[in-house]
Design a binder for this molecule. Structure first.
Ligand code: GDP
Ligand code: MG
Length: 369
């Protein structure tokens, strides 16, 4: 940051605020604890206290977690990452369950108790990754944090209902993210089901499905009966092939947090979707405002794994704090780097919140006046 408050500076030097204020005064600067001083003044004070100045900037962070462009020859095919979206009650959760139960990698259908926020299934020997976080809020939150994790959106529309507000919202999300859509017309088992009504409804939102001579794949399914699931997975695999998704498994991992929580027994736990490179046990990483060292990893079936390549979701243990969904994970070389970046980001976020808070108070004062 270009500036820091007096109290924050004192805090970071573990010096008393009053002493910092005094030091500033001796340098001809009158400032209270909540006032902001510029970086050069802060540096002067830091040196007077006999501390070493260590400025971390956005550029430094970029240097450490540099996203080297991968050479084309280093790229290998990777599984598509699929998000299911649609209006409430149209069957997103049911469809995720139906897919999981139909095609759990390893064939242990129904035997899955572990739940890590994402899972992989196999289609013709190739993996497909599903994000188990239906819901547009999650999608938007992740995009807002710079994590574009979805390659394909499956838009669920109930055949006994119609295109609803959240259906339109989902279409808009997919468009904004420039992610191709596949329409799953669900609940075709219902007495009042009318799949063609869904197809014509969608025309009004410029979604022209194949049956209407467009190029958006449409598949009729029943999540509860388990019908059409194969066809849907085939459609996804076909779409993935067109996208020619690739990543470089032989580099430091970059990933995105799908979900994270503080586990009573295990500490902070995050489900991370590896997006590029391979995440390995022992890797040191920074993730949003947190950092850590991979102590252990479990795959979507609850099995311990030592490494996870592109498009593979894993649960990661060894974090020093709980990150937020959508935070980007970068493997770095040293713990010092990881800690420094995490602290720099945390301080930046704090400054931002403080600024927002100050603006708020001012606004409140104005409105009361
Ligand atoms: P979500 O809100 O989009 O996640 O929808 P849910 O998966 O929770 O489903 C909402 C309701 O619709 C539940 O009662 C489901 O059992 C039911 N449902 C979902 N899919 C189907 C289906 O294919 N056929 C029928 N008959 N009911 C379904
Ligand atoms: Mg649901």
């Amino acid at each position: 940051p270009e500036a820091i408050t007096v109290s924050e500076l004192a805090n970071r030097m573990t010096e008393r605020v009053a002493d910092v204020v005094k030091s500033l005064m001796q340098n001809g600067i009158m400032a209270t604890s909540t006032q902001t001083i510029d970086a050069d003044t802060a540096e002067l004070v830091i040196e007077e206290f006999g501390h070493k100045v260590q400025r971390v900037s956005d550029a430094d962070v970029e240097d450490v977690i540099q996203q080297v462009e991968d050479a084309p020859e280093d790229l290998e095919p990777r599984a598509p990452v699929v998000t299911i979206m649609g209006h409430v009650d149209h069957g997103k959760t049911s469809l995720l369950d139906a897919i999981r139960n139909a095609r759990v990698a390893g064939g242990e259908a129904g035997g899955i108790t572990q739940h890590i926020g994402a899972y992989q299934v196999e289609q013709d020997g190739k993996a497909l990754t599903f994000l188990d976080t239906p819901g547009h809020a999650a999608f938007t939150a992740m995009r807002a944090r710079g994590a574009q994790v979805t390659d394909i959106v499956v838009l669920v529309v109930a055949a006994d209902d119609a295109v609803m507000p959240q259906t339109v919202e989902a279409i808009n999300h997919a468009r904004a993210a420039e992610v191709p859509m596949i329409v799953a017309i669900n609940k075709v088992d219902r007495p009042g089901a009318n799949p063609d009504k869904v197809r014509t409804d969608l025309l009004q939102h410029e979604v022209i499905v194949e049956k209407m001579s467009g190029d958006v794949q449409d598949v009729e399914v029943s999540a509860t009966e388990g019908t059409g699931i194969d066809a849907l997975l085939e459609a996804i695999a076909l779409q993935a092939e067109i996208l020619e998704l690739k990543a470089n498994p032989n580099r430091a991992a970059v990933g995105a947090v799908v979900e994270a929580q503080l586990d009573v027994g295990r500490g902070p736990v995050a489900t991370v979707l590896v997006q590029n490179g391979t995440l390995k046990q022992g890797d040191i990483f920074v993730v949003g405002e947190q950092w850590g060292k991979v102590r252990a990893m479990e795959n979507d079936q609850g099995k311990r794994v030592k490494s996870a390549g592109p498009s593979v979701p894993v649960e990661v243990l060894g974090l020093n704090g709980t990150p937020a969904a959508g935070d980007v994970l970068n493997v770095v070389d040293t713990e010092a780097q990881a800690r420094e970046i995490a602290e720099f980001r945390a301080a930046q976020a704090k400054d931002k919140r403080a600024a927002a808070g100050a603006a708020m108070t001012l606004e409140q004062m104005m409105s009361k006046a």
